[in-house]
Ligand binder design. Sequence first.
Ligand code: IVH
Length: 671
Amino acid sequence: MASSDPAARAAELRDVLNRALIAYHVEDEPIMEDAAYDALFDELLALEEEQPDLVTPDSPTQRVGAPASERFRKVQHLSPMGSLDKVTTAEAVSKWADDVRKRLGKEGDAVAYVLEPKIDGLAINLTYRDGVLEQGATRGDGVEGEDVTVNLRTIRAIPLAMAGEKVPGTVEVRGEVYMPLSGFNALNERLVAEEKKPTPNPRNAAAGSLRQKDSTITAARPLSFWAYAIGVHDGVELASQWETLAWLREHGFPTNPYAERVETVEEVVEHSVAWETRRSELDYEIDGIVIKVDSYAQQERLGALHGRPRWARAFKWAPMTAVTRLHKIAIRVGRTGALNPWAMLEPVEVGGVTVSRATLHNEEDINRKGIREGDDVIVQRAGDVIPQVVGPAGPHRKGTKEFRMPTHCPLCGTEIVKPEGEAMHRCPNRACPSRGLETLISWVEGPADVDGVGEQTVRTLWQQGLVRSLPDLYRLQKEQLLELDGFGEISASNAIEQIESSRTRVPFSRVLLGLNIAGIGWVLAQNLARHFETVDKLMAAAPEEIAEVEGFGPDRAEAVAEWFADDDNRALVEELRRLGLNFELSAAEQPSEGPLTGRTYVITGTLERFSRDDAQARLEALGAKVTNSVSAKTTGLVVGEEPGASKLAKAQKAEVPILSESDLLSLLGES
Ligand code: IVH
């Protein structure tokens, strides 16, 4: 029952709202809907407006709007905030651990470590007196920082009053204020839409937000907080970092859920290295792993050097974003005629790799992000994906124009079309030379997977006029390769050998895929191959027969029939057959019987451990079927990075189980 006494009701509301914030930020288990939170918040606000003496400093209504005079005053931390020495290689981590063990002597045999993601944000120091937040300051030089209390109070992950029993008289809680990537991207989109300068990375965004003169602006920024250490702590007995993290949580401070305690150096190295690829799973940027000796007694014995503790190291990776000049937006015509814009960049190091080109999606996307030729742009790599241009790094210079797609194909001059409702522009000319080039590139990199012959070689062969079609590739002679720059006796022999081996190695379904029929990807190519078994039967099939193949509707079936009715395409098939490529289903391509017989899976998004082909092949080897579209008959939807939204939605609607990559691994018996 809600209290009728206003003071009691205000206390109740404060309590439940503060508990809701902790449930959300610390426990990751929300206890109420946003709307319910807002309603209770409004009720408390109304009570406090009526009776201002009910306002307490820890009321959730007191997060915005303190007096201006106190802003950015310099304040001293009660105990200094150190900084960390960094290491960048697994070897350096091992060397540091050796040093730690040596320094600890006999005790060095039992060292446990705490690993914490190193959040790329801003270190802050929060001072609580008798459990109430009194002051929040930036790290500054470690001794003296800036008082940003009013702005920190707007961050809902930071408790205004500590939770739990037995709060200390004075405690300093340290941690990182950061901006989640989703919030960062949304903020930049908004800034660009308002013709303001976007922020280059989430760290700057967090720093800029914390230094706002007007705390209502900070309040509107999606900032969050992880606590990872304490400074001065009156009367609190803690023996280790691991205990400290638990103590922080108990008192209402969010700590990073991925922090872990390990007992061997091997685990330290293995886990730290693994995080470099895992980091793309997170909705915030981490630039490394902080490795801490767990025991406080051991920390003390190890001590510090120039304010940098010997008991900890930051294992840092190269940043995943960088700013560089976008020289030109170039166009590449894809193997189905789609015009793909891409960015020619001034080479720049991003995440340890030099990047000189990046993908751009389409005209609309480029202009929505405000990307223009000649701008300095933010380039981002996430995981192993191709670098992307996030947006401009500063306000547009005057005179640069919005990007426009060419009106005519840069390769064959045919007028470009943009089909109704589609984002892509296309060259409608089926004989456009670029299509041949892209087909060849995708053939050597995809279906045929020719080792040692990649995009660059194919481009050169194309430019020299040596290879203009798939049959040309299988007629190529070593002597022709030797005439090219970059080929010697050995590399030319190897390349020819690889091409040679692909001639008979590539199974029928992959050859079909390589023919580059619009709309036919790996699953449909396989379904066609299995259904018709030979290319002759496929070529003779009427559209209605093709429509019976799993995954085909009338339109797609019509398009396939049309492709095989075309004289040039039939000639291509004959030529490839004469050259020895497979146009009949082999035993290896037949569905096999196994523990997963009768089950049907769909894969969406990019998997980390497998290519999709690989994942499909392994599922099929166990008897499962892999299809392209989710229906009520689907056993499970395997979801990788950047999954297709419609597949996910369909799966949810049809209540098809969603499987992660690790679920897939256990399904394959490999977990
Ligand atoms: S502990 C004695 N733990 O990294 C220094 N720092 O140079 C104790 N950081 O300024 C710092 N995540 O901004 C620590 N889990 C974490 C951290 C972390 C990020 C930042 C922090 C600090 C810098 C260290």
